[in-house]
Design a protein around this ligand. Structure first.
Ligand code: FES
Ligand code: FES
Length: 182
């Protein structure tokens, strides 16, 4: 029988909050974020690096948390989906995902949103090729991707207009209304 891994201290700034916990030395970042740092928005899809659902930002860079040893991110700033909004103010890409249909079942959305937020931080006016390159590691089984690309383009326009914040307490219309009760 293999010996149990050692426990080690781990700390990081998760969405601006200092998190200090003990973890197994071989713990995966996705597990630490979900089980010890309260980020249930970080999703486990494939658990093998192919879907992008688990994407987070480590010091601003998109990484797959299912393929990252937690110790690699020790001492870093980690942004998860819970850290994108500024209080009640949604990030522009959160606003446009709701308005353009970028999210349907929503399971993939946290991964897309953090990756796109990093794209817009680096390049506020990406063209379609740059958008598609940025999200090539994220899979969505629902939208067909065009609504996601549209969402990024509209978010880019919001950023360019300087109107980059949205109060999330404002009621929104349903972007996926049901038709005829079916
Ligand atoms: S859960 Fe990490 S890439 Fe799918
Ligand atoms: S919205 Fe359902 S998988 Fe992307």
């Amino acid at each position: 029988m293999l010996p149990a891994p050692d426990e080690v201290p781990w700390s990081a700034l998760v969405n601006g909050n200092e998190v200090s916990v003990r973890i197994e030395s071989n713990a995966i970042l996705l597990d630490v974020l979900r089980d010890k740092a309260g980020s249930l928005g970080t999703k486990r899809g494939c658990d093998m690096g192919t879907c992008g659902c688990c994407s987070v930002l480590i010091d601003g860079v998109p990484r797959l948390s299912c393929l990252t040893l937690a110790q690699e991110a020790s001492g870093c700033g980690i942004t998860t989906i819970e850290g994108l909004a500024d209080g009640h103010h949604l990030h522009p890409i959160q606003k446009t995902f709701t308005e353009c249909g970028g999210s349907q079942c929503g399971f993939c959305s946290p991964g897309f949103l953090v990756v796109i937020s990093a794209l817009l931080e680096e390049n506020p006016t990406p063209n379609d090729t740059e958008i598609k390159d940025a999200i090539e590691g994220n899979l969505c089984r629902c939208t067909g991707y065009q609504q996601i690309v549209d969402s990024v383009r509209v978010a880019s326009e919001i950023l360019a207009s300087g109107d980059g914040v949205e109060d999330s307490t404002t009621a929104k219309s349903d972007p996926h209304p049901s038709y005829g009760g079916n």
